[in-house]
Design a protein around this ligand. Structure first.
Ligand SMILES: *Cc1c(COP(=O)(O)O)cnc(C)c1O
Length: 402
């Protein structure tokens, strides 16, 4: 039998060695992944918050086949119908302004940085810098890396000259002090994802909006992980009823293919002029066709509303889990972004992840000890019950070991 683990270690740079699980995936179907030995796993990770509709959703497969047979790539020299359709829908569903498409989350952040630079040049020459949150994550390219504020993300690169003001999530005094420095913008994730699944309250988001507006700073919301229905609304900022200036999207929007970008309010929609930004591959017509299929399923077929109901059931079960497992510290997050802290150290949490893998459940761990769940919106109650039971058994077994 082919030793895929050995070949991986021989030919791929070891940047993911600390998170890689020793299974080779053969296929996916609905909420499940199957490995090359035919073992079945419930996927509560969804390729890091990407596979919003699970795997091989019939509408995704149909869109892939249809667009795949027309053309895969055409460049930005021609009108790109799937991209125009998707941009029109995203605009109508969010800020009513224009879209710039990129290929990834980090590229969405880079586009936002460049847009803020143009904002400074054209509108606010006396302002500089961006307020971001401690432990925020906005990507790993050199500009985005500067806005990412996690000690665990390697920072020692010659990073771009982006002025950064870091504030503690939830701390309004620090925010006011930073706003007094006359920054261009505030950029934040409504639920900090890789920073440890830290939800920001709707009240805090409303205060950020109010205070940023009063201080003349733009409000930019990174919806790369929280977007596309993951928290129960299409975008998480919509829970708080705020109106950002710019939102960043990626991960779930391409239906499994790389796609990212930004939407701006109408007043900032023409800050980029011809030639100010660009990329060869984005917007991929295929990724945009899939993005349109994702929106069809979420909004027209009603999956978003359905999932918002199932999320309530999931959180009920999580509360029971906490009551049944003394090892659990906190369960936090929003919708299908869940973080669970325990009394176990990093080694034991790593073992817990492998035990659950053996039981047929795929989960994630972030910040070394925080169990992270990012299930698909297609998750059903029976799967929730099975998972909660398995997790409860494993946690209590580990507690007994002392
Ligand atoms: C994943 C993520 C990014 C970076 O996206 P990539 O596609 O990995 O570059 C940026 N911001 C947030 C909130 C993310 O979760």
């Amino acid at each position: 039998m082919t030793d895929w683990k050995q070949l991986d270690e021989t030919y791929l740079m070891p940047t993911y060695a600390h998170i890689k699980l020793p299974i080779a995936i053969d296929k996916g179907e609905g909420n499940y992944l199957y490995d090359v030995d035919g073992k079945k796993y419930l996927d509560l990770f969804t390729g890091l918050a990407v596979n919003i509709l699970g795997h091989s959703h019939p509408k995704i497969v149909a869109a892939l086949k249809d667009q795949g047979e027309r053309f895969l790539h055409i460049s930005n020299v021609y009108l790109n119908v799937p991209a125009i359709r998707l941009a029109r829908r995203l605009s109508a569903l969010t800020l009513k302004g224009k879209v710039f498409f990129a290929n990834s989350g980090a590229e969405a952040t880079e586009a936002a940085i460049k847009l803020l630079h143009k904002y400074r040049k054209k509108v606010a020459p006396d302002r500089r810098g961006v307020i971001v949150l401690k432990n925020g994550f906005h990507g790993r390219t050199l500009g985005a890396l500067k806005l990412t504020r996690q000690p665990g993300v390697y920072q020692d690169f010659p990073v771009a000259a982006v002025d950064v003001l870091e504030v503690e999530p939830g701390n309004l005094e620090e925010l006011d002090a930073a706003l007094a420095e006359r920054p261009l913008a505030v950029l934040l994730e409504p639920v900090l994802g890789s920073g440890g699944v830290i939800p920001l309250s709707d009240d805090y988001l409303r205060e950020v909006e109010k205070r940023a507006r009063a201080a003349g700073a733009l409000v930019c919301i990174d919806e790369i992980q929280t977007g596309m229905g993951r928290t129960g609304k299409l975008f998480a900022y919509q829970h708080a009823g705020i109106e950002p200036d710019v939102i960043l999207f990626a991960k779930g929007i391409g239906g499994g293919l790389p796609l990212g970008g930004i939407v701006a309010r109408p007043e900032w929609s023409d800050l980029f002029g011809p030639g100010d930004h660009g990329t060869t591959f984005a917007p991929s017509p295929v990724a945009c066709a899939l993005g349109n299929a994702v929106l069809d399923v979420l909004l027209e077929d009603g999956l978003l509303d359905e999932a918002a109901e199932t999320m309530k059931y999931f959180w009920e079960k999580l509360r029971q889990l906490k009551a049944d497992c003394p090892a659990i510290g906190e369960i936090r997050g929003r919708g299908y972004m869940v973080g669970i802290t325990t009394s176990f150290d990093a080694d034991r949490v790593r073992r817990l992840r492998l035990d659950l893998l053996r039981d047929g459940f795929l989960i994630d761990v972030t910040q070394k000890t925080i169990i992270r769940l990012l299930p698909p919106l297609t998750l059903g109650k029976a799967d929730i019950d099975r998972f909660i039971e398995a997790l409860s058994a494993r946690l209590n077994q580990m507690s007994k070991e002392g």
